[in-house]
Design a protein around this ligand. Structure first.
Ligand code: NAG
Ligand code: NAG
Ligand code: NAG
Ligand code: NAG
Ligand code: NAG
Ligand code: NAG
Ligand code: NAG
Ligand code: NAG
Ligand code: NAG
Ligand code: NAG
Ligand code: NAG
Ligand code: NAG
Length: 476
């Protein structure tokens, strides 16, 4: 009852504002100048009856505020904000709409529900906050969206947690049935900034088939031992900018994928990343092209893999630059993909029904890495790596964990894990590799199996050029 009264009040006040937009807002003398149509409207979820207790579900109150805000946008074309004052807002799935900016203030948290009935019937729609086919939408405010991921842990294990899987109803099959945190699907002009996304139960921020997305000044924190809590998954989307982000997760941090269409023009800069998987990972879903991607000014610490391309499904990768990147990679439990490679570029058919995509025109410029394993560059018969360039790259190899080495990792699919001695650059199926100003330094201790700076067979590797390449031992 309370809620519907508030809602009515707000719709009335929105309607009252309507005629004002007809006034000449360009007139400097207009007393209504402050109501000019580009001034955003703002509504507070408190006025809609949200309790902010973190125990009572505030779903209906928040959704009413969003819906009214969206009406203001569609009636008046005024952008509209939904404000969350400090407090905790427990909620089932919220549907974000065109023209609405969620302004989650500092000390405000949107808490995702942890029950199956908190989410829509269809598994593809399991998000705490989701926008579908919306334009001019965003999230900001300095606050937090939290998926309560630890509530989904069935058994804690510092190698890898065992997670709940909501697969009893048949809406989702397998052991990865948990809700994602935030999704933008088929959207245009998305802006996400100054907000934290924490403890997702599954993927954290999911951008699907969107155009013109800007994500900046955000932080993502997910439990280090929880599988599938990816940072940002960008799927089948064009013109995406990610800058000034901090991502600390168990699973992949920035992960472009292609399922139903290509990815063009993704730029990620000035980020700090730590993950038990790949810091940057292409794939492994890779059915369509990846073209025009730039990664610059990125720090990757203590991760299981640095820059990774896991192309398995026939999509082609081209025109990719990685520049000004510092990497430290180490071994973790082998149940996680990754073998401490600072750079891992692979394309091979996932299974008998797949084809290998091609990878061409990749540049690695100004890269520094300290790692427990070497660079792995592996094409395959139908998917040769073409035109790779390494310029100004310093690689330091040493061992500081006790995990076993001596395996190369083709997962998922392909040849799986294969015994092979560790090399500085391990190369196969390449046509065109330029190495210029590359310096490899080898720690003396624990590296008996490592005396192999460049490992390749001329029958599958063609056109390598080395200019100012140096390899040598160093003492700590
Ligand atoms: C969000 O709300 C706060 C206080 O409610 C306000 O200071 C801030 O300007 C708003 N953010 C944006 C982007 O408008
Ligand atoms: C947020 O909480 C901190 C600690 O409780 C407090 O010092 C700060 O003033 C609060 N900020 C806002 C904007 O409420
Ligand atoms: C449901 O998930 C569990 C793991 O949590 C798994 O062992 C089981 O095979 C799954 N069942 C179905 C039908 O997917
Ligand atoms: C892209 O989206 C931003 C909002 O995030 C908007 O300001 C900008 O005008 C959009 N660009 C295009 C070309 O639509
Ligand atoms: C991205 O651009 C490509 C090439 O123009 C196009 O085929 C694809 O449909 C675009 N994707 C989206 C989501 O607009
Ligand atoms: C990618 O960016 C380039 C350069 O800004 C632009 O010409 C091209 O249209 C963009 N591609 C897509 C699919 O938007
Ligand atoms: C590089 O990223 C850091 C944040 O990680 C930022 O402080 C710095 O300004 C960036 N440098 C450039 C040149 O953009
Ligand atoms: C990489 O390390 C060098 C030397 O410590 C430092 O000057 C540079 O700013 C770092 N760059 C990044 C992107 O972390
Ligand atoms: C990848 O490139 C090959 C060779 O040009 C082409 O036959 C194939 O269709 C491309 N794959 C996709 C998914 O576009
Ligand atoms: C390959 O495709 C066939 C026919 O669609 C299917 O029966 C088989 O399970 C697929 N094999 C794999 C490994 O996916
Ligand atoms: C690599 O090391 C050399 C010598 O220590 C140094 O001059 C150069 O700046 C380093 N380059 C990078 C990209 O770290
Ligand atoms: C590589 O580093 C050098 C020296 O710091 C700098 O002048 C150059 O612009 C950098 N290259 C790229 C592509 O960022």
């Amino acid at each position: 009852m309370m809620r519907s009264k508030f809602t009515l009040f707000h719709i009335q006040s929105l309607l009252l504002l309507l005629p004002l937009t007809l006034l000449p807002s360009h007139s400097a003398t207009s007393p209504f100048l402050f109501l000019s149509s580009d001034l955003p409207l703002s509504l507070s979820v408190a006025d809609y009856g949200a309790t902010a207790t973190g125990r009572h579900y505030d779903t209906a109150a928040i959704q009413s505020a969003i819906d009214d805000c969206a009406s203001a946008f569609s009636l008046q074309h005024r952008p509209c904000q939904v404000n969350f004052p400090p407090g905790k807002y427990l909620t089932a799935t919220l549907h974000l709409k065109s023209g609405v900016l969620l302004n989650i203030s500092r000390n405000a948290t949107i808490l995702g529900g942890t029950k199956l009935e908190d989410y829509p019937e269809k598994q593809e729609k399991w998000y705490v906050v989701v926008a579908e086919n919306a334009e001019e939408v965003g999230i900001t405010g300095g606050g937090e969206i939290n998926g309560q991921g630890l509530e989904f842990v069935k058994r804690f294990d510092e190698r890898k947690n065992v997670m709940v899987s909501w697969n009893e109803t048949g809406a989702c099959l397998g052991d990865e049935c948990r809700p994602r945190l935030v999704g933008f699907i088929g959207c245009k002009n998305v802006r996400i900034w100054d907000v934290s996304f924490n403890q997702p139960a599954y993927w954290c921020l999911h951008i699907v088939r969107c155009r013109n997305t800007s994500i900046h000044d955000i932080s993502i924190y997910g439990d280090f031992n929880t599988p599938n809590n990816d940072g940002i998954d960008i799927e089948d989307s064009n013109n995406t900018l990610i800058t000034r982000c901090t991502i600390d997760t168990g699973d992949d941090a920035i992960c472009p994928k292609t399922y139903t269409g290509p990815i063009y023009n993704l730029t990620a800069t000035s980020c700090w990343i730590k993950t038990k998987s790949s810091a940057i990972k292409f794939g492994s879903a890779s059915w369509y092209a990846f073209k025009g991607l730039l990664f610059d000014n990125i720090t990757i610490v203590e991760s299981h893999r640095g820059l990774g391309l896991q192309i398995r499904d026939g999509g082609n990768v081209s025109d990719i630059t990685f520049s000004n990147i510092n990497i430290s990679t180490r071994y973790y439990d082998p149940s996680w993909w990754g073998r401490a490679e600072p750079i891992y570029i692979t394309t091979c058919p996932r299974d008998n029904n797949s084809t290998a995509g091609s990878i061409s025109n990749l540049q690695f410029i100004n890269i520094t890495a300290t790692s427990e394993n070497g660079v792995f560059l592996s094409g395959s018969k139908g998917g040769v790596l073409r035109n790779l360039k390494f310029l100004n790259v310093n690689l330091t190899y040493k061992r500081w964990t006790n995990y076993v080495d001596g395996l190369v990792d083709y997962r998922p699919g392909c040849q799986g894990l294969v015994n092979h001695s560790t090399a500085g650059f391990m190369m196969e199926h390449i046509d065109g590799l330029e190495v210029e100003n590359v310096n490899m330094r080898w720690a003396e201790e624990k590296t008996q199996l490592w005396n192999n700076p460049l490992d390749f067979r001329p029958s599958t590797v063609n056109n390598i050029s080395l200019l100012n390449f140096h390899s040598g031992l160093y003492k700590q």
